[in-house]
Design a protein around this ligand. Structure first.
Ligand code: HEC
Ligand code: HEC
Ligand code: HEC
Ligand code: HEC
Length: 178
C-alpha cells in the first residue's frame, strides 16, 4: 500500500499531495440528491430511485408525526421530536446544509460523507474514493454491523432486526455486466 502511494505520488506530484491534504480535512455531507445525479440511471442500478422509495428517505418525516412527539415526550424530551438531537441522530443527517435534513437517512450515512469522493474522476477509481472517505464493506457481516448502529435497542421503537429480510428491502446493486 505504502509503495503504491509513493509511486502514485511521484506520478501525480503536487496535485496528489494536495488531494491527500484535502482528504485529511473533515469530509462533509453533500446529500442524496448530489449522489443521485449520477446514481439514477438503469444502467447504474437506479440507486437514487430505489432509496427514495425506502423508509430511510421518510425517516425525518416520521419524526414530525404526533406518534413521534408522544414517544419523545415519554422519554422526557421537551422539544418536538424533529428538533431533538436524541432522535435525529438515527433519523437524518444534521448540521450540513447541503444534505437537507428532510431527506432522512441518506446515502452518506452508510457510505461516508461524500464531499471529497463525489467527483467522477475519484469515484471511478475505487482506491482513491476510499482514501477520500467512501466506506466499503467486505462482507454481509460488516454490512449488518453498520445497520445495527441504528437498528438496535437504543431505538425507542426497536423491532427485531433480521438482516437478510431487511437488506432485501433496501439493497441497490449495480447490475452485473453481461
Ligand atoms: C459524478 C458522478 C457521481 C457522483 C456525483 C457520485 N458517484 Fe458514486 N460512482 C460513480 C461512478 C461512475 C462509479 C463507478 C461505478 C461502476 O464501477 O460501475 C461510482 C461508484 C460508487 C459506489 C460503488 C463503489 C464500489 O465499487 O464498491 C458507491 C457506493 C458510490 N458510488 C456511492 C456514491 C455516493 C454515496 C455518492 C454521493 C455522496 C456518489 N456515489 C456520488 C459516479 C458518481
Ligand atoms: C443512520 C441510521 C440507520 C442505518 C445505518 C440503517 N438504518 Fe434502516 N432505518 C433507520 C430508521 C430511522 C428507519 C425508520 C424509518 C421510518 O420508518 O421513518 C429505518 C428503517 C428501515 C427499514 C424499513 C422497515 C422495514 O423493515 O420495512 C428497513 C428495511 C431498513 N431500515 C433496513 C436497513 C438495513 C438493511 C440497514 C443496513 C444496510 C440499515 N437499515 C441501516 C435508520 C437506519
Ligand atoms: C438508535 C437509533 C435511533 C434513535 C436514537 C431513535 N430512533 Fe426512531 N427508529 C430507529 C429505527 C432503526 C427505526 C425503524 C424501526 C424498525 O423497523 O425496526 C425507527 C423508527 C421510528 C418510528 C416509526 C415506528 C414504527 O413502528 O414504524 C418512530 C415514530 C420513531 N422511530 C421515533 C423516534 C423518536 C421520537 C426518537 C427520539 C426519542 C427516536 N425515534 C430515536 C432508530 C432510532
Ligand atoms: C442504509 C444504508 C445505505 C443507504 C441509505 C444507501 N446505501 Fe448504497 N449500499 C449500502 C451497502 C451496505 C452496500 C453494499 C456495499 C458493498 O457490497 O460493499 C451499498 C451499495 C451501493 C452501491 C454499489 C453497488 C454495487 O453493486 O457495487 C452504490 C453505487 C450505492 N450503494 C449507492 C448509493 C446511493 C447513491 C445511495 C443514496 C441514494 C445509497 N447507496 C444509499 C448501504 C446503503
Amino acid at each position: 500500500m505504502k509503495r503504491t502511494l509513493s509511486l502514485l505520488a511521484l506520478a501525480a506530484g503536487v496535485v496528489f499531495t494536495a488531494t491527500m491534504a484535502g482528504a485529511q480535512a473533515a469530509h462533509t455531507y453533500v446529500g442524496a440528491k448530489a449522489c443521485g445525479m449520477c446514481h439514477k440511471t438503469e444502467k447504474q442500478g437506479g440507486q437514487f430511485g430505489i432509496w427514495e422509495k425506502t423508509k430511510h428517505a421518510q425517516a425525518y418525516a416520521t419524526l414530525t408525526t404526533q406518534a413521534a412527539n408522544d414517544i419523545a415526550k415519554a422519554k422526557g424530551i421537551t422539544t418536538p421530536a424533529a428538533n431533538s438531537p436524541a432522535c435525529l441522530k438515527c433519523h437524518a443527517i444534521v448540521g450540513d446544509a447541503k444534505a437537507d435534513v428532510k431527506n432522512g437517512v441518506q446515502c452518506e450515512m452508510c457510505h461516508g460523507p461524500g464531499s471529497d469522493y463525489k467527483s467522477l474522476t475519484v469515484m471511478k477509481d475505487k482506491d482513491r474514493a476510499v482514501a477520500a472517505g467512501l466506506k466499503v464493506y467486505k462482507d454481509n457481516a460488516a454490512i449488518e454491523k453498520q445497520c445495527r448502529t441504528c437498528h438496535n435497542e437504543k431505538s425507542p421503537t426497536a423491532k427485531e432486526f433480521k438482516f437478510a429480510e431487511r437488506w432485501a428491502k433496501i439493497r441497490h446493486p449495480v447490475p452485473k455486466k453481461p
